[in-house]
Ligand binder design. Structure first.
Ligand code: AR6
Length: 331
């Protein structure tokens, strides 16, 4: 998955580079900075001393020493005052500069903490929004796996309004398996097979009309075939589709070359989101992979919430899924 939000201690991440939320001296401090220096050992400080500090919004790279990561990218986030002192531009610059350094050093995997959102006081929901925006833009042009590492889940915040809207939607729609039985059994009913439908037409002395013919053929379509057809119909390129789906190129190639590929449910939904399918079309696509959306599952209700609102931003959907402790969309 090119972009992922994970709960972890960043010093434990086995990635090419971890990003450190440092200060302008680059000589260590509290928060994630202290944790990284502690885990990397004194050689990290020795190298940092040779760097001559770093300006706010900029980034510098060192070795990772005793960390599982090969490199540490030190960036200095802004101290948040009131949001009117260029804080957002500076924070955006931290992510951009860090990603550029990672790319220049051939990193394939990079892990970020939520820069400035601790001691420097940047509101967490806004800090997350900035991080996701810049990372998303970067991943449209570059192949890399980027993690946002959340240390303390209770401190993780999406916008209050979105959170309460989704919570309300879940409350309104969440039903236990029992009450949902009828609906579920209807959803899981097998679609009519082409031979069966043809037989019915024959019995009734009817010829199957052209559009029925087409529909019947589509019943036989595999997930992979439907995906490729939809990409064409939407006038998208393959790359546009898999990037928007937060799916990496390798997995997409596998699906493309294997007509019978069975994706996981989050992968199948990620493609439906990327293609901006309606709820019915999404159900159709899921069925091809052997899945359905259900009201006895929070994950499904959250997906339904976003599709029904016409919001197909997979990054926002993943932020919300993470906030509700659900698995994320993508590979
Ligand atoms: N792994 C992942 N995230 C962490 C970890 C960890 N081990 N520890 C803390 N966080 P902060 P800032 C989260 O305060 O706001 C230092 O003294 C934390 O919950 O580390 O940019 C520097 O030297 C928060 O969400 O960085 C500077 O003086 C996020 O990391 C100053 O703090 C950033 O919190 C920088 O402040």
């Amino acid at each position: 998955m090119p972009f992922e939000i994970v709960r972890n201690d960043i010093t434990k991440m086995s990635v090419d580079a971890v990003v450190n939320a440092a200060n302008e001296t680059l000589l260590g401090g509290g928060g994630v900075d202290g944790a990284i220096h502690y885990a990397a050992g004194p050689e990290l400080l020795a190298e940092c001393k040779t760097l001559g500090g770093c300006k706010t919004g900029k980034a510098k790279i060192t070795g990772g020493y005793n960390l599982p990561a090969k490199y540490v990218i030190h960036t200095v986030g802004p101290v948040y005052r009131d949001g009117k002192h260029g804080e957002k531009d500076l924070l955006e610059s931290c992510y951009r500069e860090s990603l550029t350094l990672a790319k220049e050093n051939d990193c394939e995997t990079v892990a970020f903490p939520l820069i400035s959102s601790g001691i420097y006081g940047y509101p967490k929901d806004q800090a997350l929004e900035v991080a996701v925006d810049i990372i998303r833009g970067f991943l449209l042009e570059n192949d890399m796996t980027v993690y946002i590492v959340i240390f303390d889940k209770s401190a993780y915040k999406i916008s209050e309004k979105l959170f309460s809207d989704i919570a309300e939607y879940i409350d309104d729609n969440y039903v236990d398996e029992h009450t949902d039985y009828n609906r579920e059994s209807m959803r899981f009913n097998m679609p009519m097979q082409p031979a069966m439908a043809e037989e019915i037409c024959e019995c009734k002395g009817m010829a199957a009309p052209d559009d029925l013919d087409l529909k019947l053929k589509r019943l036989d379509e595999s997930f992979s075939q439907m995906l490729l057809r939809k990409i064409d119909e939407k006038g998208m390129t393959d790359a546009e589709c898999y990037k928007k789906a937060n799916i990496d190129r390798k997995l997409f190639s596998k699906i493309r070359s294997d007509m019978y590929y069975r994706p996981s449910k989050p992968t199948a939904i990620a493609f439906a989101i990327s293609l901006e399918l309606s709820l019915d079309e999404t159900e159709d696509m899921l069925r091809k992979a052997g899945f359905a959306l259900s009201h006895s599952n929070k994950f499904d209700i959250i997906i339904e919430y976003f599709i029904s609102k016409g919001n197909y931003n997979i990054y926002e959907i993943n932020e919300a899924l993470f906030a509700f402790d659900q698995s994320l969309l993508g590979a």
